[in-house]
Write a protein that binds this ligand. Structure first.
Ligand code: G1P
Ligand code: ZN
Length: 539
């Protein structure tokens, strides 16, 4: 019943910032998923005795890809698969399930915050036994394998039913269908003080959580409504749909429009939050108030002592280089370790495993801690609710209080989308070459003190990664340039701007960054090289 099928390589199966991510129609090509999965299995070697997690965010093609992977796992000698009921598992819950059950790794079928559907994106993330995504050295080996693949193995059988919790077999492989919520909910109960949060909702506190028709809906309903007692209907767009109901499940000011309208209304609830397609990103809102993810990371870190799981101290904190420097000031005040890594959650994993950090985050709406090895959207929401329960302050008051204490890093990210890949690559290469000549230059009041590529030397595995270019100014401002590694076609140039201010705390970010934006456009010759006068997306 095991069939060996001849195939030939696809040349585009290189993993990006977070797994393999392509247009759905690309992934739907004959043998595309099969080639990729067989390359992973070949790279692992013996699969006998190994157990993996499998699930996804419910997007279009999940149901088809999951059956292919089950049948290939059986044919390749995997001992056991643990699968989320109906094929669902959020990225953070997946990480937890791998760690708690000491699995050898897992596959989460998701293109994260990218749109789904036949014209959207599909993706496969591969985590190893750390519960985090595999390091680049391993993904490089898998890519090499995809370039020479000539056959794959698949079990010939009917599709496996995924709707009932329980055990079954396919050939010699055991399949266990689990409730994908249980382990995750239990973990949250152990990190946070749920009785304090129940009291908060009992006192009349109101919230809206936008699950954006993606995988966190069931998690959020169980935690916020069923357990903590938030009013029914506090979770909106709660049912996972294959096309996310047409939503772009990216929790930011551009795409979480429904939530934004609710939070900007005069009768807004006290608190608003949204998660992305696979539940690892979060956006935090107060009444008519937005918390930038970089600030959120700094604020959560500052309040770590009030959380039961962290009250005895934390190891340290890390951020991606592109994220604002707000959290660095908190780390200094608390005298804890502080690290800057390249963009991508996988770079935090070694720091967590070696007890260097506990909390970490990225400007791209990702925050998390060493409870798992992925960022965690619902964790961030529970952390914010805990701060509100403890302090009695509103979201806006908490942010203001933070800026008064530490000053404010005005911060925005400008994305230039759909660029010609060659034009984008040469923009970055030419910019890198001219960086040394820029030091000392003045642009109005802005003087460049440092201009260099960001190079990260991992203190644990000693790998070295170059990611992005950073320009520092005398007044504490920064420009970071880098190319996206998660797109499914073309190139995206990301320009991250930061302007630090100790006294003007309630200004508009766009205005505060206007001059710096002009300088950033000029230095990188963005308009001349891309034809773009303005960024396509600002977050
Ligand atoms: C983007 C974000 C990055 C995040 C990744 C996966 O990657 O910038 O912070 O880790 O998505 O969610 P990028 O497209 O910039 O490579
Ligand atoms: Zn995601």
């Amino acid at each position: 019943m095991i069939k060996t099928v001849k195939t030939s390589p696809y040349n585009d199966q290189k993993m990006g910032t977070a797994g393999l991510r392509r247009k759905s129609k690309v992934v739907m090509q004959p043998n595309y998923v099969e080639n990729f999965m067989q390359s992973i299995f070949n790279t692992i070697g013996s699969l006998n005795g190994k157990t993996f997690l499998l699930g996804g965010d419910g997007r279009f093609y999940n149901d088809i890809a999951i059956q292919k992977i089950i049948k290939m796992a059986a044919a390749n000698g995997v001992s056991k698969l643990i699968i989320g009921q109906n094929g669902y598992v959020s990225t953070p819950a997946g990480s937890r399930i791998i760690l708690k059950n000491k699995l050898n790794g897992g596959f989460v079928l998701s293109a994260s915050h990218n749109p789904g559907g036949i014209n959207g994106d599909f993706g496969i993330k591969y985590a190893n036994e750390t519960g985090g995504q595999i390091p680049s050295a391993v993904s490089d080996r898998i890519y090499q394998e995809t370039q020479k693949i000539s056959e794959y193995k698949i079990f010939e059988a009917d599709d496996i039913k995924l709707d009932k919790i329980g055990r079954q077999k396919l050939g010699d492989m055991e399949i266990e269908i689990i409730d994908p919520l249980n382990d995750y909910v239990e973990m949250m109960e152990n990190i946070f003080d749920f009785s304090a949060l129940k009291k908060l909702f009992k006192s009349g506190f109101t919230m809206k959580f936008d699950a954006m028709n993606a995988v966190t809906g069931p998690y959020a309903v169980r935690i916020f409504e069923d357990i903590l007692g938030a009013a029914k209907g506090s979770v909106i767009n709660a049912k996972p749909l294959p096309d996310f109901g047409g939503l772009h499940p990216d929790p930011n000011l551009l795409y979480a429009k429904e939530l934004l309208a609710i939070m900007n209304a005069d009768n807004a609830p006290d608190f608003g939050a949204a998660n992305d397609g696979d539940g690892d990103r979060n956006m935090i809102l107060g009444k008519k108030f937005f918390v930038s993810p970089s600030d959120s990371l700094a604020i959560l870190t500052d309040y770590y002592p009030i959380i039961p799981a962290y009250k005895n101290g934390i190891f340290g904190v890390a951020k991606s280089a592109a994220t604002s420097t707000a959290v660095s000031r908190v780390a200094k005040a608390h005298d804890i370790g502080y690290y800057e890594v390249p963009t991508g959650w996988k770079y935090f994993v070694n720091l967590m495993d070696s007890n260097r950090i506990t909390i970490c985050g990225e400007e791209s709406f990702g925050t998390g801690s060493s409870h798992i090895r992925e960022k965690d959207g619902i964790w961030a929401v529970l952390f914010w609710l805990s701060i509100i329960a403890e302090t009695g302050m509103s979201v806006e008051e908490i942010a203001l209080d933070h800026w008064k204490k530490y000053g404010r890093s005005y911060y925005l990210r400008y994305d230039f989308d759909g660029l010609d890949t060659k034009a984008a690559d040469s923009l970055m290469a030419d910019l890198e070459n001219k960086l040394p000549t820029l030091v000392g230059n003045h642009y109005g009041e802005y003087k460049i003190t440092q201009a260099r590529p960001f190079v990260y030397n991992d203190p644990v595995d000693h790998s070295s990664t170059k990611n992005g270019l950073i320009i520092n100014f005398e007044n504490g401002s920064r420009i970071v340039y880098r190319l996206s590694g998660t797109g499914s076609s073309g190139a995206t140039l990301r320009v991250y701007l930061e302007n630090y201010n100790r006294t003007d705390l309630k200004e508009d970010s766009h205005e505060m960054l206007e001059d710096l934006l002009e300088i950033a456009m000029e230095i990188a010759e963005i308009t001349a090289r891309t034809g773009k006068q303005h960024a396509d997306v600002i977050t």
